[in-house]
Design a protein around this ligand. Structure first.
Ligand SMILES: [Mg+2]
Length: 127
């Protein structure tokens, strides 16, 4: 059976709650963490199929967290969707030079439909 766990790492509890709703709504199992360090621990333990990662977090930010994920053997190939308000006028993610690999990004604020579509796209699921 396919891995149905999706991990959301964001310091904003409201974003976590919304993402959990969306994830449950498409019959996947949400996991969450409010800090990068905690998120990495959960990922190592639970091996989610996908990680949704906020960039702007106190202590360990999203890029630092992603860099750790890519260096941690058991989770380094997990697809990651970056969540951020830092997008330019063209809708591109800002400041991605020399940053660790990520599969996609979702600008904040996002709609339920946008997050759902992005998750399905990365997991190659039918919408
Ligand atoms: Mg944040």
């Amino acid at each position: 059976m396919a891995n149905e766990k999706i991990l959301i790492i964001d310091d904003d509890p409201l974003v976590i709650r919304l993402a959990e709703l969306i994830i449950k709504n498409i019959n996947l199992q949400p996991l969450s963490a409010l800090k990068g360090e905690d998120g990495i621990e959960v990922a190592i333990k639970e091996r989610p199929a996908l990680i949704i990662l906020d960039l702007m977090m106190p202590e360990m930010n999203g890029w630092e967290t992603l860099s750790q994920i890519r260096k941690t053997e058991c989770i380094q190939d997990t697809p990651v969707i970056i969540l951020t308000a830092r997008v330019g006028a063209t809708g591109d993610l800002i400041g991605t030079q020399n940053k660790p690999h990520y599969e996609a990004f979702l600008p904040k604020p996002f709609s339920m439909q946008e997050m759902r579509d992005k998750i399905n796209e990365i997991l190659n699921r039918a919408p």
